[in-house]
Design a protein around this ligand. Structure first.
Ligand SMILES: [Zn+2]
Length: 150
């Protein structure tokens, strides 16, 4: 699954849960679930570079927003985004070497959990639908947590 997708969904999970520790745990686990869904993995450096830059910019935006808001929900969103993104940091080694699949730690990266492959277009549609669902969940659950003012 694209790194950017993991980050956005992790942030939305964090907003929905409203608790940084819970958001980090659930988002880290969500990485495995999302990686197991059939998707397209960029198989050239330019695709990985675009995904990395976009994901990094979104992660920075969430970090800056948390610095400005300093609320439990924004901290939870940052925790969710970071821990959802964390497993893919081990893939950076691919930039410098061509490691065997078994060398990786995370089960969806070392072949213990495999996923189906679909083309980029279908993958982007599927990932967009999952992102939209997570956004709706974050809005719905976030509103339920807000106190009703008199
Ligand atoms: Zn991954």
């Amino acid at each position: 699954m694209h790194w950017t997708t993991h980050i956005i969904i992790g942030a939305n999970l964090g907003k929905a849960l409203g608790n940084p520790a819970l958001a980090g745990s659930v988002s880290f686990f969500s990485h495995a679930i999302l990686d197991a869904i059939p998707h397209h993995d960029p198989n050239h450096n330019i695709g990985n570079l675009i995904d990395s830059i976009l994901g990094g910019l979104i992660l920075c935006y969430i970090k800056v927003r948390n610095e400005n808001e300093k609320s439990p929900v924004s901290s939870s969103a940052l925790s969710g985004a970071f821990f959802s993104a964390l497993p893919d940091f081990e893939l950076v080694v691919k930039v410098f070497a061509d490691p065997r699949e078994e060398a990786f730690f995370f089960p969806t990266h070392n072949g213990e959990i495999r996923h189906g492959r679909i083309n980029l277009f279908h993958s982007l549609i599927l990932e967009s639908a999952i992102v939209a669902a997570s956004l709706i969940a974050a809005r719905f659950l976030g509103k339920r947590r807000q106190p009703i003012s008199a």
